[in-house]
Ligand binder design. Structure first.
Ligand code: UDP
Length: 324
């Protein structure tokens, strides 16, 4: 297949390009490099463009005879989305609409979308199934839910084959250390711990000690970025034979508390990190864990790197010597 990876210079997008190329597909990355890295595009051509450059997008779809578009390019910081919602509706909703219209005009019929656990808002169950109510509590989640609704409508009206994949906490890196997570600023727990361990001047705290969890810190479902990429590959195959709109939650189905992640980081790094406790971060639900049952059954997907030690060790392998 000829696959366009929008956001292919970013963290998850670049691991997707690696996964697709390894599986024998032809990959083209499209990225405006606003947060992505040119050095991360090592598998396939890079087209430097934004989605609002509609003629470049249309030309890219036609010239490369694209069969499937995977869309990773988005703003994804909850706090920023509360401060500047227009930016989220512009980048996450309006740009995606432009892309979908260009795909329709070019006759590209399959779309795989990066969605998020944030569409569910405050969880109403221990493990979040696909049919959990979609009630986001911030503009970031709203913007992703808006696209999910757009895709449901597009599948009905235009026959778009659309799959939306709701990520829980993406983490880890290419085990060979060729690519990894590199955000500025970095807000996520695992890379912050490891960048601090690698000597960066970062003050990291454990946000909250009084959540109703086993140790008082928040519980999240950390999923290896390579396992996420394989789920996309399987979703692409599934969407070829099953038209319409599909949704899957992607996590391991295992929750780890912040304290447990800190311990795993200490094991990976080999020294104590002495991370202090701090106040809660606004907007954090106590527990977010996926039910991965549907993806396991229908996509025939099994996360291979599901231990927190493996995830953190691969991330550390990157952060101790990041190439970009
Ligand atoms: N967290 C923390 N200290 C940090 C960054 C994150 O304690 O410096 C906590 C955060 O409150 C959440 C968990 O780690 O409970 C995962 O946060 P992250 O930002 O990595 O992902 P999110 O769950 O927000 O998508």
């Amino acid at each position: 297949m000829n696959v366009l990876v929008v956001g292919g210079a970013g963290y998850i997008g670049s691991h997707m390009c690696l996964c697709l190329a390894t599986a024998g597909h032809r990959v083209v990355a499209l990225d405006n490099l606003s947060t992505g890295h040119r050095e991360a595009v090592q598998w396939g051509e890079l087209v430097v463009a934004s989605l609002d450059e509609t003629s470049v997008v249309a030309e890219t779809l036609r010239r490369h005879e694209i069969d499937v578009v995977m869309h990773f390019a988005a703003c994804s910081l909850v706090g920023e989305s509360m401060q500047d919602p227009y930016r989220y509706y512009q980048n996450n909703v309006s740009s995606t609409l432009s892309l979908l219209m260009a795909m329709r005009d070019a006759g590209v019929a399959q779309f795989i979308f990066s969605s998020t656990a944030a569409i569910f808002g405050d969880p109403q169950s221990d493990q979040i199934e696909e049919n959990h109510p979609r009630q986001p509590i911030n503009p970031y989640g709203n913007s992703k839910l808006a696209v999910e609704m757009l895709l449901q409508d597009a599948a009905q009206a235009y026959g778009l084959r659309a799959t939306t994949l709701r990520y829980f906490n993406a983490a880890g890196a290419d085990p060979q250390g060729r690519i990894g997570e590199s955000h500025t600023p970095e807000t996520h727990l695992i890379p912050r711990l490891l960048r601090r361990a690698a000597g960066e001047d970062l003050s990291v705290q454990i946000f909250g000690t009084d959540y109703p969890t086993r140790d008082g810190s928040c519980v999240r479902d950390y999923i290896h970025v390579n396992d996420l990429a394989v789920a996309h590959l399987n979703a692409m195959e599934h969407g070829r034979s099953q038209p319409g709109f599909h949704c899957f939650n992607l996590g391991n189905g295992i929750g780890h508390s912040v304290l447990e992640v800190v311990k795993a980081a200490e094991r990976a790094v080999g020294v104590p990190l002495d991370i202090p406790f701090g106040p809660r971060r606004a907007g954090d639900p106590a527990t977010l864990v996926a039910s991965s049952r549907k993806a396991r059954e229908i996509l025939d997907w099994t996360p291979r790197h599901d231990s927190i030690d493996r995830i953190v060790a691969d991330a550390w392998n990157w952060h101790r010597r990041p190439a970009f």
